[in-house]
Write a new protein. Structure first.
Length: 421
């Protein structure tokens, strides 16, 4: 395929659903009310028009009910557009919702082959990739159980494993990256990254602007079925945030600051971001390590600014949000036409096992306007090798002199006073 060829073409797609004001419960009621029942058309999509190039990853953002899932189902072919045209070039695999296409009374093994046959793959091909699917899903002990007994996380693991191991040219993903435990999410992101490196085309529906920033080349923003933006990620995120804020008829100051930051071309920008590797040639950090997180940035004009570090666990929990001002009570001053380096140094890393995502931000001294935000995905992993679980490595010690503790407790009891006669 040519690099300029479109893998997905959506041409003026409209999707309407008939909505009855008084829905009939039985066939008899429907026949009797055939000429009386009023019905209106609800337009879930209204003239949506865009394409996705081969090898491109495009995100779809929008509020609940904006038409994101309807659009993905229309592209996947599970819904037919009322008007317009959809073209998909290449083998398509869609993960539209948890367990889509699974029969609850069939086992995991049987559902793998059922999904393969629905998607047009031969039994021989499914036999070849069966072990890879089971290995990815980590459901070896449950693969011959009926899926109606699976948890939502197990559904997600099996569904994603089937979708990605079919090696599609085009992959459609609807919110599935937000499901599952930390290890599963990390595995999903790694597989998506692998697809991107292999030149596959991905269309991703999400509510997370950060996922779009991390994974996508462009973004589509939907609002009540209409496409209100198509293009560069930061401006798309700004449009999405504005559409959310305007639902309340007023844009809060913090959202307005984010919008301005996303829409403006700043004179201060990151050139390079970095995180120090684990010491002693190790593959992962351990609790107690020193770790440096920093950036090199350029300034076209003299400015006072703040450098902020945001640290999240892989499942989205905020572990830290700190600026240089929080530490030193001073801002960073830079001159015009200069290149500058600044970094945070974490001594005695207090984190336990997990993968941690880093975001760096250059903002003004009031923290209302972002000059730039790191676009390159940065992360580090911590492996403690301990049996202790949790997020934070507390500096604990154990006291076992229990007899001494009892003696202290007895001495602390005041002597009884004689009662007054």
């Amino acid at each position: 395929m040519s690099a300029e060829l479109s893998a997905i073409e959506v041409e003026q797609v409209t999707k309407a659903f008939r909505v009855h004001s008084e829905p009939s419960k039985t066939l008899k009621e429907r026949m009797l009310s055939l000429h009386k029942s009023k019905a209106n058309d609800f337009f879930a999509l209204k003239g949506v028009n865009f394409d996705v190039k081969v090898g491109e990853t495009v995100g779809i953002l929008g509020h609940n009910g904006s038409g994101k899932s309807t659009l993905l189902k229309t592209i996947a072919g599970t819904l037919r557009p009322t008007d317009g045209l959809v073209r998909v070039r290449g083998r398509l695999s869609a993960l539209l919702e948890l367990g889509a296409g699974f029969h609850p009374d069939l086992t995991g093994r049987e559902n793998i082959f059922l999904n393969g046959s629905i998607l047009g793959f031969s039994k021989e091909h499914m036999v070849e990739i069966f072990d890879d699917i089971v290995e990815f899903s980590e459901l070896d002990d449950f693969i011959d159980q009926q899926v109606k007994y699976y948890s939502s996380g197990m559904y997600a693991r099996l569904g994603f494993a089937v979708a990605v191991n079919l090696e599609p040219d085009v992959l459609l993903i609807d919110e599935v990256l937000a499901v599952g435990d930390e290890a599963f999410q990390r595995k999903c992101f790694e597989r998506v990254r692998g697809f991107q490196e292999a030149g596959r085309t991905i269309l991703l529906v999400t509510h997370s602007p950060e996922q779009v920033r991390r994974l996508c080349d462009r973004v589509v923003v939907l609002d009540h079925g209409r496409m209100i933006y198509l293009g560069e990620v930061n401006k798309g995120v700004a449009t999405y945030r504005r559409s959310l804020a305007e639902k309340g008829h007023e844009i809060p100051d913090d959202i307005q600051g984010m919008i301005e930051a996303d829409e403006t071309t700043s004179t201060v920008r990151f050139v390079e971001t970095f995180v120090s590797p684990p010491p002693d040639g190790r593959e992962n950090h351990m609790p107690g390590d020193q770790i440096c997180i920093g950036a090199r940035f350029e300034a076209d004009e003299a400015v006072e600014l703040r450098f902020r570090l945001q640290l999240h666990s892989h499942d989205g929990m905020q572990m830290m949000n700190v600026s240089n001002f929080d530490i030193s009570q001073t801002d960073v001053g830079v001159g015009a036409g200069t290149t500058n380096v600044v970094q945070f140094v974490i001594n005695n890393l207090p984190l336990m096992d997990g993968q941690y995502l880093i975001t760096l931000v250059l903002s003004d001294t009031m923290d209302t306007y972002e000059h730039d935000r790191s676009q390159q995905e940065m992360m580090f992993s911590v492996v403690s090798g301990r049996t202790v679980t949790g997020r934070v490595d507390f500096d604990l010690h154990l006291e076992t002199d229990l007899e001494h503790e009892r003696a202290v407790a007895v001495e602390a009891v005041p002597e009884a006073q004689p009662e007054a006669s």
